[in-house]
Write a protein that binds this ligand. Structure first.
Ligand code: EPU
Length: 337
């Protein structure tokens, strides 16, 4: 196992920010992970997965452990379902493709989401009407402080909209080593209600879409709206869609009757942050190398050499303007480091 010093993390975060790790090690087995945790070369540990949901604003004075654990194992199956255990370092989209190839249903709508399997539970990734929690069974973790292992059930993870216990009271305490999923083998419960998916399938005259048809529709929607991190640095949605109470919603919709929204309950409404940001005039705007994507205002981008602080400054300007115009606060979805 090679421990590198002052290593640039530019290729390890999808925003492409050039910050350095004091120490860096990539672990490929649980034994290696145990070994680096046991003989810590630095008192602080920083866990790095796919680097797809973070914005680095400074060098990391810590031992950065890149979780590169690989493997997909079939745990059990019956006529209708299959249970798979997937190591944390598997690329999320590759796992989705593996499932589609094997006709395992449940995550086709989550095609092309950047990042790794091990970080997917942390923010309960979601897209086009499906969330990770719909197929999640449990995950195994190792404690950073005392190396004990334990399992978190779905209930214990306390999943919410882009949220879990790993962002709240258990934040920073554990490394997720593998995730167990329950998927369908037959009678797939497909979710195609999302407008653009329906439209693509109907244009192709597909009435009973296969998992592959749905995945391909999702890929084409994402490719038309969301920048590829390999060519334009970004972390997907930079902000969460705000959830507002009934009074705030009534005032907002009275002023902006044309705005899109989703009713969550009698008391709560979700308003697309992308719409608020676009109406605040930021869509497609560029400030140095930091910018707002021209096709989806929820996504901030790095045109090349933006620093994390430049992106944070832009995000603060956006938050202030949205608050001033709509009296609604938007929170970041990406973890700022
Ligand atoms: N909208 C605008 N302008 C924009 C962007 C969006 O007016 O620049 C409007 C759209 O017209 C639409 C509404 O906002 O009426 C919703 O837009 P979209 O369907 O693109 O979805 P979103 O709410 O902006 C969320 C997720 C995405 C996920 C999509 C599809 C969050 C924070 N984001 O975006 O997730 O792919 O729904 O399910 O919930 C991610 O987390 O990285 C991500 C990309």
């Amino acid at each position: 196992m090679l421990i590198e010093e002052h290593k640039s993390l530019k290729n390890y975060n999808t925003f492409g920010i050039d910050c350095k790790a004091r120490y860096f090690v990539s672990v490929t087995t649980i034994n290696e992970l145990n070994e680096v945790l046991k003989n810590k070369i630095h008192p602080t540990v920083f866990v790095l997965g796919g680097g797809s949901n973070m914005l680095l604003t400074h060098d990391i004075d810590a031992l950065v452990i890149h979780i590169n654990l690989k493997g997909i194992q079939l745990i059990s199956e019956d006529k209708e379902t299959v249970t798979l255990n997937v190591m944390a370092g598997e690329n999320w989209h590759n796992f989705v493709q593996y499932c589609i190839k094997n006709n395992y249903g449940g995550i086709e709508n989550l095609s092309l989401i950047p990042g790794n399997v091990g970080t997917s539970p942390i923010q309960n990734i979601g897209a086009y009407g499906v969330e990770l929690k719909d197929v999640f069974k449990s995950c195994s973790v190792i404690s950073i402080s005392n190396l004990t292992t334990r399992n978190f059930s779905k209930k214990e993870c306390q999943f919410g909209y882009r949220d879990s216990i790993f962002k709240k009271e258990e934040k920073g305490k554990y490394i997720i080593t593998d995730v167990t999923f329950k998927l369908t083998k037959n009678h797939h419960k497909t979710t195609i209600a999302y407008g653009a998916i329906k439209e693509i399938l109907s244009n192709l005259s597909i009435k009973n879409p296969s998992l592959k048809d749905i995945s391909e529709a999702v890929i084409s929607i994402r490719q038309s709206k969301l920048p590829n991190p390999k060519t334009l640095g970004n972390s997907g949605s930079f902000f969460k869609n705000p959830i507002v109470d009934l009074d705030t919603f009534k005032n907002f919709i009275k002023q902006n009757p044309e705005a899109p929204y989703y009713k969550i309950s009698e008391k709560e409404y979700k308003i697309p942050a992308g719409w608020l940001i676009e109406k605040s005039g930021f869509k497609g705007k560029r400030f140095g190398d930091a910018g707002v994507h021209k096709k989806q205002a929820l996504v901030l981008v790095n045109y090349g050499n933006a620093t994390g602080n430049e992106i944070v400054a832009l995000s603060k300007n956006i938050q202030e303007k949205v608050k001033q115009l709509f009296h609604i606060s938007i929170e970041t979805e990406v973890t700022i480091i």
